[in-house]
Write a protein that binds this ligand. Sequence first.
Ligand code: UDP
Length: 475
Amino acid sequence: MKPPQTSSAHVLIFPCPAQGHVNSMLNLAQLLALRHLHVTFLNTEHTHNRLTRFADIESLLARYPTLRFKTIPDGLPEEHPRSGERAAEPLLSLKVHGKPLLRDILVKEKVTCLVADGLFAKLANDMAEEVGVASIHFRTIGASSFWTYFWAPYLFQSNELPVTGEEDMDCVITSIPGMENLLRCRDLPSFFRPNRDTGKPHVHFETVVSETQQSLRASAVILNTFDDLEAPALSHIRRHFPTIFTVGPLHQHRESRAPTSITTSNNSMWEEDMSCMEWLDSQPFRSVIYVSFGSLTTMTKESLMEFWYGLVNSKRRFLWAVRSDMIAAGEGKEDRVPAELVEGTKERGLMVGWVPQVEVLAHKSVGAFMTHCGWNSTIESVVAGVPMVCWPYFADQQVNSRLVSDSWKVGLDMKDVCDRNVVENMVNDVMLNRKEEFLQSAEKLAILARKSVSESGSSYDNLDRLIEFIESISQ
Ligand code: UDP
């Protein structure tokens, strides 16, 4: 048998050190390695230590001979908090400390193409330019959020920004091309809201907007979305960014590309509690609402109690993934999820630390997903055809939850409200009262998602085009 042809391209993939970013960029790494490109995946030491502990890195390496990992320090002590309010700190630290390390790797490893997280856009452009390699940006957010970030300066010109106070929050934003009248002020990314105490712009506003503009300097931009899902925003993005590759949902490609050799890989930075799968097996069809707020959200104990009471009062079954660090730090031992909640849930619910989410969403017992609308969670739910109840926490999640409720109509948006009665009512609307309506829309979207990564689908073809593009700029 002829050995597979190895490519001359050497791609360095550099994600922001957070679960959602690592997940989607590792999925891309596997797809490139599957096509025999040399891929080096650059993690921070902290992220890699967690992956080595909880994910299946060894079998990943065994499966893809041209994939390997490298690590650099993020410049923070190991025990430094990296979620909630502190979620951006590893990224900010890397932007300062990572420069010489990245330059060194690009040169020594003879990298031909850098695929960097768009949150590192300027760093990636500067380093790639300095060493003379191409820089491609991977945005792990949806196209509509990317477009909203890009359009922020024009929102000032049309006097739709700044948000001056609570009274503005329900004003409709009319001037984002392709997304006219979809978003209210409260649906703009959370970084567009001023600081509540000082009235000054959010500390991250300038950075997220300028990093997005930096993508105009990139050789190409990759988005983990598909054309049918975000057509209006994409049609406008393509006028400004001519080389865009919409290749999502990335986690779904693998089955259609190589059905026998590839299974869903576990990329988790927390230990997956597999007992939830057995529990789901014993529940009736579509009877369970799965609840998770992702890897970075933190909340007060009061908010946690509102969700808990809402879920219990709804009388629906629920599976809730509550990370050990989810209650906002600062309350000492009280940070833990109270044992009596976990105990008191047993009749109809199960609370665990971390679940294999893609498998959970695909389980026949799951009827809805209560989510913070991180982009990965959103697109995973879309693929699984599972309606959502949204409680966005920060960043692009505010936009995503609006798409869910008002554009795709596959769920309800609880935005800015955390109240047990609202939780109870929305859970019952999605699981019972309006169940058929949401399920039908969700199933339609899921069909489009699967079509996009099937042979001749838009994302399937775009992945081929991306690989050709990388090969061509790596000559
Ligand atoms: N996830 C998981 N198990 C959990 C909770 C989350 O595997 O119990 C995964 C989920 O499938 C998704 C990622 O963690 O791929 C979270 O990314 P997302 O963009 O949704 O949110 P973030 O964590 O970045 O806020």
